[in-house]
Design a protein around this ligand. Structure first.
Ligand code: UDP
Length: 150
């Protein structure tokens, strides 16, 4: 997500930030405006709404965003994207889990050492072992991608 934000900043893309609490959502807009000044904030909305709420879909559609970061947690974000993707004329939609919480500093990120080794997920698992079921889903997803038959 950070690489995409860098790229969006370079290109002056329009970005929409959907998800997290109202407070974190507001902080996210402030953080992006400060750290990626050339990104156009196309819109934002907190993540506590009914997945079928048409007002949210409309707001995202009319924002004409190039990148839409969806932080509703797994599997709500994937369900929301899958349900509504056909309603949008443009945009790359990405489920980003708890990223708004970490990018705004609301929840601390893993130390850089873990990030460099691409092991941030393992750090999170060690810190919050009750999330093991959700982490297993990541491996299931990778296996399904690797072994899928067209
Ligand atoms: N979240 C949300 N709406 C919901 C449930 C969760 O916007 O109905 C947000 C929550 O505030 C957090 C993010 O989803 O910012 C990711 O939550 P979590 O860390 O549990 O998800 P994961 O990283 O496991 O996908």
């Amino acid at each position: 997500m950070v690489d995409l934000l860098d790229y969006a900043d370079e290109k002056g893309f329009r970005c929409y930030f959907l998800g997290a609490t109202a407070e974190v959502s507001e902080k996210m807009v402030a953080t992006v405006s400060k750290n990626f000044p050339d990104i156009v904030i196309a819109g934002s909305h907190h993540g506590f709404f009914d997945l079928d709420d048409p007002a949210i879909v409309e707001d995202v559609a009319k924002s004409k965003a190039d990148l839409i970061f969806v932080a509703l947690g797994l599997p709500r974000q994937e369900q929301w994207i899958a349900k509504h993707i056909d309603r949008f004329e443009k945009g790359l939609f990405m489920g980003v889990g708890g990223s708004f919480d970490t990018l705004t500093g609301t929840i601390p990120r893993a130390p850089q050492f873990w990030i460099n080794l691409n092991l941030e997920w393992l750090y999170r698992l060690l810190k919050q072992p009750f999330r093991w079921k959700r982490i297993l889903k990541v491996f299931e997803f990778m296996a399904r991608v690797l072994f899928r038959r067209e």
